[in-house]
Unconditional design. Structure first.
Length: 116
């Protein structure tokens, strides 16, 4: 069973940076596209960014373009989301999702809070 574990969340001041990681202990991620999503209190879950299995193709929500960068290191079986210039509106629980042929797998999320 594929399990995803997110880490790297925390509390930062507006303008600060965080790097989120998405790993899958015991299960290789290199064959799958991976997406990052977020959900703020009282709001629906929204897509933030995604990356193809090879890492050659990436996409971003307009709200994070130029500030967030998705990447993957298949040798380390990890996908990253580098978040710079964080804003209060980026505050949310961030989830990673693996897109396999049969279904989507989700992690439990990591809290990101940008507040002074």
């Amino acid at each position: 069973q594929l399990q995803l574990v997110e880490s790297g969340g925390g509390l930062v001041q507006p303008g600060g940076s965080l790097r989120l990681s998405c790993a899958s202990p015991g299960f290789t991620l290199e064959y799958y596209g991976i997406g990052w999503f977020r959900q703020a209190p009282g709001k629906e879950r929204e897509a933030v960014s995604c990356i193809s299995s090879s890492g050659g193709s990436t996409n971003y929500a307009d709200s994070v373009k130029g500030r967030f960068t998705i990447s993957r290191d298949n040798a380390k079986n990890t996908v990253y989301l580098q978040m710079n210039s964080l804003r209060p509106e980026d505050t949310a629980v961030y989830y990673c999702m693996a897109d396999t042929v049969l279904r989507h797998y989700w992690g439990r999320g990591t809290q990101v809070t940008a507040s002074s």
